[in-house]
Ligand binder design. Structure first.
Ligand code: NAD
Length: 296
């Protein structure tokens, strides 16, 4: 068993840290929120007073933070994790962030001889609590091999996506596709209704035909056909439209830097930004159905 510093105990990190404690690790937990630390202590973690205090005795550091600027500020600089971690410490960042930040931080870690991976996740808060996340990991083969055992205690599917930053690349490409298929699925259900085809009948046909996708069969944006989908609870999140917009923006940023044409990704970003400007981005991302059918 290892001593693990876990920084960022929010909706996702709270469940992930709890699973590591349950697996028998000593988890030294820190968050800017005292309430988040209290919840982690209730789940078997040890309260740390700061990020640097959490590092005390840690062989592994895991971070689960909102965005790239948080990750840069916590890892880089004289007071950062990289400057203060002892030799041999393994660093894992599971936040969803821009690819540039991921690569800059991992290069800085490597320059100090520390193994580090970017390991963003797919699966929401329930998967974080249940330990069934999917991890997309970027970094060297040896860093991946070191991280794998720990990731397996928080997730079900662990993929090595290639060099540093490739975990983030896999994540933004996947979520861009998810945003696009969700909007397309909404358009199809809204059109079907206007053409006199009820949602269940259209679902029965399309879910076994070529229009089928995860957005349709697991997360159907039209109420009815998939009882567990947020559409049946007035689009209570789930995965919020705000989170989807964040990922769409990361995808567009990556596309611009790589000079990749992503016209549907750009359109999807613009539509999710309308959810934000309507003040409805706290709805589940499938709630974009309301924008498409005019009921927002
Ligand atoms: P969250 O806002 O609930 O948690 C982030 C936590 O980080 C907060 O508790 C905050 O206090 C803490 N924090 C911020 N700066 C800090 C600092 N300097 N030191 C210590 N703690 C700090 O967010 P979340 O939903 O847990 O998401 C975390 C990451 O996971 C994000 O990058 C998000 O995009 C990604 N993600 C989220 C989901 C989801 O469904 N919520 C799914 C997949 C990926």
């Amino acid at each position: 068993m290892s001593t693990i510093a876990f920084i960022g105990l929010g909706n996702m990190g709270g469940g992930m840290a709890a699973n590591l404690a349950k697996a028998g690790h000593i988890v030294r937990a820190f968050d800017l929120s005292d309430d988040a630390i209290k919840r982690a202590v209730g789940a078997g973690c040890i309260a740390a007073k700061s990020t640097l205090d959490a590092l005390d005795g840690a062989e592994v550091v895991i971070t689960m933070l909102p965005a790239g600027q948080h990750v840069r500020s916590i890892y880089l600089g004289d007071d950062g994790i990289i400057a203060n971690a002892t030799d041999g410490t393994l660093l894992i960042d599971s936040s969803t962030i821009d690819i540039d930040s991921a690569r800059v931080v991992i290069e800085a870690a490597q320059a100090k001889g520390l193994a580090m991976v970017d390991a963003p996740v797919s699966g929401g808060v329930a998967a974080a609590a249940a330990g069934t996340l999917t991890f997309m990991v970027g970094g060297t083969k040896s860093a991946f091999a070191k991280a794998q055992d720990y990731l397996e205690q928080m997730g079900k599917n662990i993929f090595h996506a290639g060099a540093a930053g490739n975990g983030q690349a896999a994540k933004v490409c996947n979520n861009m596709l998810l945003g696009i298929t969700m909007i397309g699925t909404c358009e199809a259900f809204a059109l079907a209704e206007k053409l006199g085809l009820d949602a269940q009948t259209f679902y029965d046909i399309s879910s076994t035909a070529s229009g089928q996708s995860w957005s349709m069969t697991t997360y159907c944006p039209a109420p009815g056909p998939v009882p567990s989908a947020p559409s049946n609870r007035d689009y209570a999140a789930g995965f919020t439209a705000a989170m989807m917009l964040k990922d769409m923006r990361l995808a567009q940023q990556a596309a611009a830097a790589a000079k990749a044409a992503t016209p549907l990704g750009a359109q999807a970003e613009a539509l999710y930004a309308l959810m934000e400007s309507a003040g409805k981005d706290d709805l589940d991302f499938s709630g974009i159905m309301k924008l498409i059918d005019g009921s927002l």
